[in-house]
Design a binder for this molecule. Sequence first.
Ligand SMILES: [Zn+2]
Length: 92
Amino acid sequence: MKKNCEVCNQSFEPEPGYYFGAMFISYGLNTALFIAIWVGLELFYSEYSLTLLLVLISISAILLLPLFFRISRSLWIAIFIPYRAKEPSNQS
Ligand SMILES: [Zn+2]
């Protein structure tokens, strides 16, 4: 992860522990993933066992960990720091 935005120089680590709250977004993403797997199994393979469900959830959660980690942090900073496009130059 870069320290500052290349466009507007916004710091990506405004204070220590800034991304603590991203944990809750990660929790939400994982819950959505678990529900999606469960509903998918119910729909397409209703004879599934609890073991299969747990194995599928574990594997997908581990595989998606790096992705969810980054998405959570991106969403977290996007909630609190408004997006601004590159400042228009004043020399018009
Ligand atoms: Zn920026």
